[in-house]
Write a protein that binds this ligand. Structure first.
Ligand SMILES: [Zn+2]
Length: 376
């Protein structure tokens, strides 16, 4: 049985493996920032990717953030699901129930999160809050640990006032809110625009101002558990070197301003790094030093999964064109079995995440259970 509580004497050891919410969510966030590490926030759109993310966390002795977009939720519900709005809500609910059921047995703590919701997707979040309300009535816990509101293309005042309204619904259920300030470039699951191959993503709208971070933090942090995706040149997707110009110093300036104005300890704001795929290790480390606890990764893990499957297909070509080998007459079922090539994808996905756990300093840092693998 893997679901025994951690035996360490620290206060944070009270966290049970499984999906966190409320004070446990806050404690996990604080453990990251106090310990100088961050957790990968892995986008998934299927149970196979969710299981690979859980397996990667267990292998690395780390906790993890698993997130799903509205498009990913539709895929989770099934391509032929008749109603898109319902598919967004029920697909994300199905993933949440899947992770709630399994995560505790993997022995790690999981922050379960929804990715970018712009104004047109507010109904999706409302539907998920309703699902969390029902789950809370039955179990005392919400379905999701946090949701993301992305109104970064709107005036900051509208962004903040909508976030305030949403937080009033989330906080009583123990759910946090991530907001975006400044924009993330590129395209992610239908939100934003892919860069032209010769275009650089260094335009001013991709860099937030420390003053906006202060304004949002002052207004919203008293209302519940707030995290901020403060943009510093981040771009979704992977482009050739030189197309993306990250300036993590914006994060340091934002933290310093908030700490000075509100007389807090250093790095008071839990920050989020979007568009982590393809980023340089030194930029990632700086961002973590400046209070990033959540590092979003999607493009790189998708590519890793696809590469794993592609290598498998390449190695077993005949099994993907014949049920029986035309030369040896041996049946090839065990090679084209869906589980075999998906497993190859999962293994490659896990290997890619091994690297991310290392760069983020998260290996062996799980506060839910004693670390099982502490490979340096
Ligand atoms: Zn993003």
């Amino acid at each position: 049985m893997l679901s025994s509580p951690a035996s360490s004497s620290s206060r944070l050891s009270a966290i049970q493996p499984g999906v966190v919410s409320g004070e446990e969510y806050r404690a996990l966030q604080q453990a990251c920032r106090a310990g100088g590490y961050a957790l990968p926030a892995v986008n998934v759109s299927s149970s196979t990717a969710a299981n690979a993310a859980l397996a990667a966390a267990r292998k690395n002795g780390s906790d993890i953030i698993i997130q799903i977009s509205a498009g990913g939720a539709c895929f989770y519900a099934g391509q032929s699901f008749p109603n898109e709005h319902q598919a967004q809500i029920l697909g994300a609910t199905a993933l949440a129930q899947h992770v709630h059921l399994l995560a505790q047995h993997y022995g790690v703590a999981v922050i379960l999160h929804t990715d970018h919701a712009n104004r047109s997707l507010l109904g999706w979040i409302d539907g998920l809050v309703e699902q969390s309300r029902r789950h809370h009535e039955q179990t005392g816990r919400p379905l999701f640990s946090s949701h993301m509101l992305d109104l970064s293309t709107e005036p900051v005042s509208d962004n903040i006032s909508t976030a305030a309204t949403l937080m009033k619904a989330l906080t009583p259920l123990g759910i946090g809110l991530e907001i975006e300030l400044g924009m993330t470039g590129g395209e992610e699951d239908g939100i934003g625009m892919e860069l032209h191959p010769h275009e650089t993503a260094c335009n001013p709208s991709l860099y937030t101002s420390p003053e906006d971070v202060l304004r949002a933090w002052k207004t919203l942090s008293p209302l519940g558990m707030l995290s901020i995706a403060a943009s510093f040149g981040n771009v979704h997707g992977v482009y050739k070197p030189g197309n993306v110009c990250l300036n993590p110093d914006i994060l340091r300036q934002s933290q310093t301003l908030v700490a000075q104005e509100l007389q807090t300890s250093p790095n008071p704001v839990p920050l989020v790094f979007h568009g982590g795929s393809g980023s340089e290790e030194h930029d990632i480390r700086k961002a973590v030093d400046y209070g990033v606890f959540k590092f979003n990764i999607d493009t790189d893990t998708q590519f890793a999964y696809a590469r794993g499957v592609a290598r498998y297909v390449e190695d077993h070509k005949t099994a993907f064109t014949h049920q029986v080998d035309p030369d040896t007459h041996r049946p090839l079922k065990k090679y084209y079995d869906i589980r075999r090539w998906m497993q190859a994808g999962e293994e490659s996905f896990i290997q890619r995440l091994d690297e991310t756990f290392r760069v983020l300093g998260a290996r062996g840092r799980s506060i839910a259970a004693p670390a099982r693998t502490t490979t340096p």
